[in-house]
Design a protein around this ligand. Structure first.
Ligand code: ADP
Length: 229
């Protein structure tokens, strides 16, 4: 079974995960699955799950694992995720990573990409980050939409995210270090990790990520040819 397009992207808030995950997903014709987007959609639709998630999100806390695993499991079993996916925002801790292995079964993940960006750079980026309140497209103070904070893609209002307050950002970065960063060593030990420099022009970052995935796919193809898979 070819699992090489089962991808996870890890990185601090503001590392550019959302943008890069979208590009990777398009390149490999697989869906980008963002748990943050799933929760924001639930909040917007005012579902029970959305109402429960909202208070955690606004405070920069993680939504409890129990509320994350079911929707992720359901999304991963959809038809469009069978040839691969790019997971963005999940897993966020070792318990979620363990649960993901169980959900995926044979072969597990193809590759986990760690987007490496220094904290001072992400803090600068987060302060200027803006998103479309309708479709989630990313903008920034330096790269605004072409007209008056109206989304170029869908015409929605481009705003600051509710959880991009100073206190919530600080809390999320702290939680990233404590809960999510340990996954780097966890996946490294499983030979599933590629660290990629996330600084510089977004197009350069995309090229680096695509190269990392391609070399993993190449290695899998070679192994298969040698009859080792
Ligand atoms: P960021 O990476 O900037 O924190 P996300 O869009 O990934 O933003 O997530 C926004 C919020 O959604 C998180 O702060 C958290 O409250 C919740 N969330 C998203 N993914 C998860 C997850 N895998 N586990 C727990 N909470 C999550």
């Amino acid at each position: 079974m070819d699992v090489s397009r089962r991808l996870v992207i890890l990185g601090k808030q503001g590392a550019g995960k959302g943008t890069q995950a979208e590009r990777l997903a398009q390149h490999h014709a697989v869906p980008r699955i963002s748990t943050g987007d799933m929760f924001r959609a639930a909040v917007k639709a005012d579902t029970e799950a959305g109402r429960r998630a909202r208070s955690y999100m606004d405070d920069g806390e993680l939504v409890p694992d129990a509320a994350v695993l079911d929707p992720v499991g359901e999304r991963l079993s959809a038809a469009d995720a069978q040839d691969g996916f790019v997971l963005d925002g999940f897993p966020r801790n070792v318990r979620q990573a363990d649960a993901l292995e169980d959900l995926l079964g044979e072969g597990g993940l193809g590759l986990v990409l760690e987007l490496v960006v220094p904290t001072d750079v992400v803090l600068r980026r987060l302060a200027g980050r803006r998103v479309c309140s309708n479709c989630g497209a990313n903008y920034s103070v330096e790269h605004p939409p072409s007209s008056d904070w109206t989304c170029d893609r869908c015409g929605g209002d481009v705003v600051e995210r509710d959880d991009d307050t100073k206190a919530a950002i600080k809390r999320r970065l702290w939680l990233y270090e404590r809960e999510t960063e340990p996954l780097v060593a966890w996946y490294l030990a499983k030979d599933k990790l590629a660290a990629v420099d996330g600084t510089g022009h977004p197009d350069s970052v995309t090229s680096r990520l695509l190269r990392a995935v391609d070399s993993r796919i190449g290695a899998a193809v070679a192994r298969q040819a040698r009859g080792q898979d």
